[in-house]
Write a protein of this length. Structure first.
Length: 250
């Protein structure tokens, strides 16, 4: 199953699974270059909740997602959003961002939601990070959130915590292939109807030290790793991994 099928199958329930995470907003606001009227690129924007919240704070937002249904949902939500300038939502392959945006365009470049590991291998991830760096203004910030795959892969964790509320129950399991490939298996149960949506997609498990090296090679500095969006320390047994990096001034 490719990414488009994976996410389109759950798109109408996405906001019940992953509602707006206010800690993400707080993390963005604590960055050293944060100020008014920033231009921000949100990659893997899903149904647009974070982009819309940032737009309400007065920022100019370009937001992309590979799934056309997600972008459709985001545009529908934008119709009732109170921001004076709406985010510009586009269906786009994140590997092609350098073809769509000029260099030095953005004050902050975001890649949250474990989006990075949907890329197939280290070479593709390296190219993507280089593109992120090119699009970031000197002194701007690159912010990434994925999972702490060194912990997950080394300890062969079988599952992630269940997400459950009055609308859905979302289970996430891992099985392990060759080298760094992980099969990400999900089961979404819609409580009102009893419908069960099951999916599987491969992920590439990149480790902290490798990510740090790629960010450094892309010309980024002040690279900091955290165990969550509250900026708590990254521990060996952390599940989330959040990183901030700054583009060096010429």
């Amino acid at each position: 199953m490719d990414d488009s099928v994976f996410y389109s199958s759950i798109s109408q329930y996405y906001d019940h699974i992953f509602p707006l995470n206010k800690a993400q907003l707080s993390f963005i606001e604590t960055q050293p270059n944060y100020g008014s009227n920033l231009r921000i690129l949100d990659m893997g924007c899903g149904s647009g909740s974070l982009s819309l919240a940032l737009a309400e704070r007065g920022h100019q937002i370009d937001a992309i997602d590979y799934d056309a249904e997600m972008i459709g949902l985001a545009n529908e939500k934008a119709k009732t959003n109170t921001a004076k300038v709406k985010p510009k939502f586009q269906q786009m392959d994140m590997r092609e961002i350098a073809q769509h945006f000029p260099e030095n365009s953005f004050d902050q470049v975001l890649c949250f939601g474990n989006t990075l590991v949907h890329l197939a291998d280290m070479e593709t991830i390296a190219g993507f990070i280089n593109s992120m760096a090119r699009l970031c203004k000197p002194g701007g910030m690159i912010l990434i959130q994925l999972l702490h795959y060194q912990n997950i892969f080394t300890n062969r964790k079988a599952k992630l915590p269940i997400i459950e509320n009055e609308k859905i129950r979302f289970e996430r399991h891992y099985s392990y292939g060759d080298e760094r490939t992980i099969d990400f298996k999900t089961s979404l149960m819609i409580k009102e109807s009893g419908q069960l949506i099951q999916n599987c997609i491969p992920l590439y498990a990149i480790f902290k030290e490798e990510l740090e090296l790629l960010l450094s090679h892309a010309g980024l500095s002040h690279i900091k790793f955290y165990g969550n969006f509250n900026s708590e320390a990254l521990e060996e047994d952390s599940i989330p991994l959040v990183v901030s990096a700054q583009k060096s001034n010429p």
